[in-house]
Each structure stands twice: as structure tokens, then as C-alpha cells.
Design a protein around this ligand. Structure first.
Ligand SMILES: *[C@@H]1O[C@H](CO)[C@@H](O)[C@H](O)[C@H]1NC(C)=O
Ligand SMILES: *[C@@H]1O[C@H](CO)[C@@H](O)[C@H](O)[C@H]1NC(C)=O
Ligand SMILES: *[C@@H]1O[C@H](CO)[C@@H](O)[C@H](O)[C@H]1NC(C)=O
Length: 736
């Protein structure tokens, strides 16, 4: 117990010390620990990027975010060069020299330079579409595309097509017997082939099927070593202290013996392995035991289910479910099964015990149509809402829910609370917002580890956090453009706090809200006094007087009779970019400093440590000498700048679309969390909110450490005879 406590203090100290030097990412890790899948989406029209001879690029028009997007592809390699979302819909396009003419849905025409997207102001003499390839010399027969001679109608060339061939997207031939062809498949793949002198010279394929993720979940890779350790620990549990100690020593010695046997007792081999760079297998094993290897299971709007390795985005397998209204995908039974729910009713369950290989379809059931699904317990219970408003609960028959569950649901007009008791759902309370009001954001306090009960101030007193778990916050808008944030007790429905923002909030911009351990952070865009992105925080304390604790340690409070009220402090800051989505970093034990993940409208993802976004920051002049001794205390400055080192996306630009998901996945290393954003594009990276305090950096100098140890051993080796002689001489009273 004492040992655990010491190591806990140790880790906390390390976090604190390391937190002082925020280095977001080692430079040798940028672009190695993150990946991006840049999607174009379903191709609407494919054109040559220029009508000139030397053209080696293709232009693709696709749909993104209700508008059209133009993408430039390298014709030789298929590599995506640039993307330009237009924000309006294009019905047709025409290319002439280096001019691209876009015909809008209302018939008007926009002109731009086809190589760089700059606007031009001269209309075409006459619009003729370049989007419909001339297919008069092409036939699709017997699973092949046959290219015929224009004059003789004899076959010149044929290309085998895959089973799920859908259509030809691009075809262009010239006199010198060269032709370019692009075709699509039902599965969302686009293949480009260039044929010259009757041989296919180059082929590439782009997979656009993972664009627009609708639902996701993740599973961890099972670690056999960990399983063995758990068995040993549980065996120890049934022994007395002495036996357990002997058992532990014996197991460790066994492990050492096996290791030495494996190395054939060769010291050289062991030293070599220690100094060598790690090979692929060791790195993989490390990722497994540190919990860095997770599998993302995603479902797209087209019904494709795919499993991705979160470290590099590699696709392990995919399954075309054909379900276009997937609501939810969840892992069940200790990550051995995954279940998929849809809006219209069909539901699939897969066995994913061996995740690296194709899954096995366990059940395919048809449920009643639902409006929404929510996982409500770790046992694998789900709450469904019917389109009409009724609710029902589906629980795992092997692991039923035994205690009462408090549930809170909301729509844009009201909050409804329920209790699940004796297998029935009963409504407990209901709050309607005002007639002109509408709920625009909602967040309940997640259940997670909290490492510290309070905040240690500079003069060694403590401010106790309000850690009552049943809290939620919601934001409403009204017709006067006022944003209201309310914090409520989810069990009793009591309103604990209300705050208003009357600075002409613009509700066309996103409103985001997250609830962390004892605070809630929200973002909004207001137009007064000047248009600006704001980020605000409300913190909850047991008391604002230092060292005053209201809750009793070790006493459990009945949530229904909770009379302890929190006290609040709040602050708002300005942020230089429009914030699209926010999330929180999650780590295994909650010791690492919490950070807010911000997805910006400009396509970047960045993190902001919570201590910067503190409601307790005051102006420099009001800080006493003692106050300045507090950990990470900063004077209040109204603007929070973007720290370049904290930009997780580096130079990448993400196009995540309107319904992207921002998530943080804890790993088995307390310092490390995986952050992903899934939408039109997919992006994942590793984040170390307090730097990597529990892992040696890759550039750690093993050689020097080894040399020091050997040096010390040698010194002992030579000193020992000297000491022995000295002792002997002393006994015989011999003088030197
Ligand atoms: C996109 O268009 C659809 C239908 O036209 C509309 O319902 C939806 O709100 C639009 N989405 C956005 C983000 O503008
Ligand atoms: C296209 O790819 C080829 C082969 O990878 C490369 O040689 C060429 O420079 C690329 N062109 C452009 C415009 O990037
Ligand atoms: C310690 O500092 C806090 C915050 O500045 C202050 O409220 C409190 O009174 C101080 N306590 C003592 C004992 O000085």
C-alpha cells in the first residue's frame, strides 16, 4: 500500500515537473506518430486539369459539406495534390486551355484558373460540358471493357473489370494510340489506367470509400503477457504474505531463467540486444503492452464497416453491410464482439475475437425502427428511443443491470430524466426550456478517475473541487441572441447555476460544450463589441475559501438527498480562430494534466492545457507573492494565443465536414492518449499532455548508461581486494 502510495506521489511529482516544460511532440516523432487519410469523396466529374499537351494532373469535382470540392490529382501516381472546397454546388464543368468554367445550379458560370483555382472574370464563348466522356468507342461485355476502333468497329484493346464495376468516370484518347481511362466500383474505389501502344503503362487506384464516418468504436489488442500477469496476481491473492512473496520471487526468477536460456547464456548476445535498435517484432510487442495498439472500427455513411490500425491508419479488413443509416457501433463482451444498430431496424453482431482477420457474422436481427441509441452501461446495455418518443432498454442477458440507473435524455426543447428500476423505465423529472429558447449544446460529466481532490495554492492551502458526479451542463439560444449556460444535478433535476452571454452571440457558428472533472468549458462566437471567437470556463468548488471542506471524507452521500451546493467562478477568453469542435484528453488514471482538444474551422487540431483555461486567473497586479508560487499560475490575459508546438496536425489541413467526431482514447501509458478526428477525412495522433514522463525518449543513451554500470562494477571489483587486505592488516595490527 505504502509502495503504491509512494509511486503515486512519484508519478504526480513527475507530471508536475514535466508539465513545466511543455514540449508537445519530439521533432523526430512529428509525422511518424500521426496519419491522415485525405478523402475526395464520390467523384462527380473528372477532367484533365489543363487542355495543354504537358498536362499531368486530373481535376476531380466531388461533394463536400453540401457544396462542390475541386481536387487536383497527379495523373502518374494518383497522389492527391490539393483540395479546394467551394461552398456552392456545381452542376457541370468545362475545361478550355487553362480555364475552368463551372456551371452552377442556377445556370450562372464561374471561371477560374484550372491550375491554381484563382478566379478569372472572362466567360466562355460557349459552354460545352467536359464532364461526359465520349464513350461511343467503348463497350462493356463479359466483365471486360472493350475499346473499339472508331472506323472499323474492331476491338483494339480490352481491360478486365472487377466484379463490382460501376461505371466509367473518365475516358480520353488521342491519335497516337494512347488512351486514359478511369472507372469506379460500387465499393467506392477509382482505378485509373493509361494505355499506350496497346499496353497498359500505368495503373493506380484511389480508395474513397472511407469518407464520411457515421459511427465508430475502438477495441484494444489483447496482450497475452498481461493475461498471464493477471493470473499470477489472482493466484497471489489467495496466499498469505510470505507465500505470495516466495511465489512472486519464484515467478520472476523463472522469467529470468527463460530469458537466459533463450539467449543461450551468452553475455554478448544480451548486451547486443540491449544496445541494438529494436526490430519490428519488439516494437509491436511494446505497442501491445503499452496499450498503444488499438483498432478503430468505423462505419461510413455508405454502410462500409472497416477496421483500422490506429497507429498508421492501415485497413485490416472491411465489410460492405449495405446499411446506409448506421447509428451506432459498439464493442461488447471485453472486445470480442461488435454490434451495429441502424435507424431503420436491422442490427448486426460480429465476432471479432481474431480482429486481424475477417470477422464472423454472429447474428443479423431486425428490430423496430429507432430514433437514437445510447450505450448506458459497461455491461453492454443500450437505451433506444423510438421515433414516436417511447423508450426501451436492451440489456445483456448474461450480465443484467442490478442497480438503479439514472438516465438523462434531451432534445432541442426539453430534458427528460428517467430511472431504470426493476426492469422498467420511469420518468422522474422533466424540464422544458422557454418558448423562444432552444438547446444547442449538452454535456454531462463523464465518469473518470480524478487524481486530486483539490488545488494546492501558493501558500500551501487547498481549494477543494466539487466532485459530485451527477452533473450536466446545457446551452440554450434565444431570439435575442443570448447564450445561456445552465448546470444541473441530473438526479434531482435541480438547477445549480445559470450564466448568460448577452454579447450578441452568432448562432451560425458552432457552440461547443464539455464537462470535465469540476469544470465546464464552452465556446461561442459573439459579434459584440467586435466579432470574436470566445472560449469560457466555469469551475465548481466546494468552497471558495481555502482549506474549507464541506464533503466528509469516506462518507457516501445519497444523490437524492444531496444538499451540498458548489460555488462557482467563471472567466471568458478570446481565441484567434473559429472553434468547430472540442473534446477532452482522457488518460488511464487521470493524473496527467487535462487538456482541451480543439478542432478549428481552418482544418487544424490543437490542444490547450486546462491550466491556461483557468477561471482563477487574475490580473498580474492582483497576484500576491504567495499566489505566484502556485503550480502553473498565470496572470489573466484576455486572449489565448495558439501555440505552434501544440498544433497536432502540423502542416496538414483536415477537411472533416459538418458531423465529424473528435475522440480521445486512453492507453496503458498514463502520459499518452490517442486523439482522432473522424469525418470526411480521418486523422489520428498520439498526444502527451504533460510530456512523456513515463517513457524514455527514443534518443535515450543506453550506451552511456551501460558504460557507467560496467565502470561501477569494475571499480567494485578492484576495490574489494584492497579493502579485504586492509581489514586483514588491521586485525594483525600490521602497519602499512
Ligand atoms: C445540406 O443540405 C441538406 C438538404 O439540402 C440540409 O438538410 C442540410 O441541413 C444541409 N447541411 C448543411 C451543413 O448545410
Ligand atoms: C507525379 O508523380 C510522379 C511520379 O511519382 C512524379 O515524378 C511527378 O513529379 C508528379 N507530378 C506532380 C505534379 O506532382
Ligand atoms: C492562501 O491564499 C489564498 C488565495 O490567495 C487566500 O484566499 C487564503 O486566505 C490564503 N491563506 C492563508 C492562510 O494565508
Amino acid at each position: 500500500m505504502l509502495g503504491a502510495f509512494r509511486s503515486f506521489i512519484g508519478i504526480t511529482l513527475l507530471v508536475v515537473i514535466k508539465g513545466l516544460f511543455v514540449e508537445a511532440i519530439f521533432s523526430d516523432e512529428a509525422y511518424h506518430i500521426d496519419w491522415q487519410l485525405s478523402n475526395v469523396g464520390p467523384y462527380q466529374c473528372v477532367l484533365p486539369a489543363s487542355a495543354t499537351e504537358s498536362n499531368d494532373q486530373l481535376l476531380v469535382l466531388s461533394t463536400f459539406n453540401n457544396g462542390t470540392m475541386i481536387s487536383w490529382l497527379n495523373k502518374t501516381s494518383g497522389e492527391l495534390l490539393e483540395r479546394l472546397p467551394l461552398g456552392y454546388r456545381v452542376a457541370d464543368a468545362m475545361i478550355e486551355h487553362n480555364d475552368l468554367f463551372l456551371k452552377l445550379e442556377d445556370g450562372s458560370i464561374n471561371a477560374m484558373d484550372s491550375m491554381n483555382g484563382f478566379s478569372l472574370d472572362h466567360p466562355p464563348t460557349e459552354f460545352s460540358s467536359s464532364c461526359n466522356p465520349d464513350l461511343s468507342t467503348i463497350r462493356f461485355e463479359d466483365g471486360k471493357i472493350k475499346i473499339m476502333d472508331h472506323d472499323t468497329d474492331l476491338q483494339i484493346f480490352s481491360i478486365d473489370m472487377p466484379q463490382d464495376f460501376k461505371g466509367i468516370k473518365y475516358f480520353r484518347s488521342d491519335k497516337e494510340n494512347t488512351l486514359d481511362l478511369m472507372y469506379s466500383t460500387v465499393g467506392g474505389k477509382y482505378t485509373f489506367t493509361s494505355v499506350s501502344d496497346l499496353t497498359s503503362t500505368q495503373t493506380w487506384m484511389r480508395d474513397e470509400s472511407l469518407a464520411n464516418i457515421r459511427a465508430y468504436t475502438y477495441v484494444s489488442s489483447a496482450d497475452p503477457n498481461l493475461a498471464q500477469m493477471f493470473t499470477e496476481l489472482s493466484q497471489e491473492g489467495s496466499m498469505n504474505v510470505l507465500e505470495a512473496y516466495q511465489f512472486r520471487v519464484k515467478q520472476t526468477l523463472n522469467r529470468l531463467k527463460n530469458y537466459l536460456l533463450e539467449k543461450k547464456f551468452s553475455v554478448g548476445a544480451i548486451v547486443k540486444e540491449f544496445l541494438e535498435d529494436e526490430d519490428e517484432a519488439t516494437l509491436h510487442q511494446k505497442d501491445v503492452s503499452f496499450g498503444l495498439l488499438k483498432y478503430l472500427i468505423v462505419a461510413t455513411e455508405e454502410g462500409k464497416i472497416a477496421v483500422l490500425d490506429v497507429r498508421d491508419g492501415r485497413q485490416l479488413w472491411n465489410y460492405e453491410s449495405g446499411l446506409k443509416d448506421i447509428l451506432k457501433i459498439e464493442a461488447l463482451r471485453s472486445d470480442t464482439e461488435v454490434v451495429i444498430f441502424t435507424k431503420s431496424g436491422p442490427s448486426l453482431t460480429f465476432d471479432i475475437t481474431r480482429i486481424e482477420t475477417e470477422p464472423y457474422l454472429l447474428t443479423n436481427t431486425n428490430m423496430a425502427p429507432v430514433h437514437s441509441v445510447e450505450k448506458i452501461s459497461e455491461n453492454g446495455a443500450f437505451l433506444f428511443k423510438r421515433p414516436g418518443g417511447g423508450r426501451f432498454l436492451l440489456e445483456n442477458p448474461l450480465n443484467p443491470i442490478t442497480q438503479d440507473l439514472y438516465l438523462l435524455d434531451h432534445n432541442s426543447k426539453e430534458l427528460n430524466a428517467f430511472i431504470y428500476q426493476n426492469e422498467a423505465i420511469t420518468e422522474t423529472w422533466k424540464t422544458k426550456v422557454d418558448e423562444q429558447e432552444e438547446i444547442v449544446a449538452f454535456s454531462s460529466r463523464g465518469e473518470e478517475h480524478v487524481a486530486n481532490l483539490g488545488i494546492v495554492l501558493g501558500n500551501r492551502t487547498v481549494l477543494y473541487k466539487y466532485l459530485y458526479p451527477h452533473l450536466a451542463a446545457y446551452a440554450t439560444k434565444n431570439e435575442e441572441n443570448v447564450l445561456t449556460i445552465r448546470i444541473i444535478d441530473t438526479v434531482s433535476g435541480e438547477l445549480l447555476h445559470t450564466s448568460f452571454h448577452e454579447d450578441e452571440v452568432d448562432f451560425n457558428f458552432p457552440i461547443n460544450l464539455v464537462f470535465g472533472e469540476h469544470w465546464c468549458v464552452y465556446t461561442y462566437f459573439s459579434t459584440k463589441p467586435v466579432p470574436e471567437q470566445k472560449i469560457a470556463v466555469i469551475e465548481l468548488y466546494e468552497s471558495l475559501v481555502a482549506n474549507e471542506r464541506v464533503s466528509e471524507p469516506l462518507t457516501e452521500v445519497n444523490a437524492l438527498g444531496n444538499i451540498q451546493r458548489p460555488q462557482f467562478i467563471q472567466k471568458a477568453y478570446l481565441y484567434p480562430e473559429v472553434i468547430k469542435n472540442i473534446g477532452l484528453t482522457k488518460t488511464k488514471l487521470g493524473i496527467t494534466t487535462k487538456s482541451i482538444i480543439l478542432e478549428l474551422e481552418n482544418g487544424q487540431v490543437t490542444i490547450l492545457p486546462k491550466f491556461i483555461l483557468s477561471a482563477r486567473r487574475v490580473e498580474e497586479s492582483q497576484l500576491s507573492v504567495d499566489d505566484k508560487k502556485e503550480f502553473m499560475v498565470m496572470p489573466y490575459l484576455s486572449a489565448i494565443p495558439i501555440n505552434d508546438q501544440a498544433v497536432l496536425t502540423h502542416n496538414r489541413v483536415l477537411l472533416t465536414g459538418p458531423d465529424s467526431h473528435l475522440l480521445s482514447i486512453p492507453t496503458d501509458l498514463e502520459s499518452t492518449t490517442l486523439v482522432c478526428t473522424l469525418g470526411h477525412d480521418l486523422f489520428c495522433t498520439r498526444v502527451f499532455p504533460s510530456s512523456q514522463f513515463d517513457k524514455l525518449s527514443p534518443s535515450f543513451e543506453k550506451g552511456k548508461l551501460m558504460a557507467t554500470v560496467i565502470g561501477l562494477l569494475l571499480i567494485c571489483f578492484f576495490l574489494r581486494p584492497l579493502v579485504d587486505t586492509k581489514k586483514l592488516k588491521l586485525k594483525w595490527l600490521v602497519k602499512d
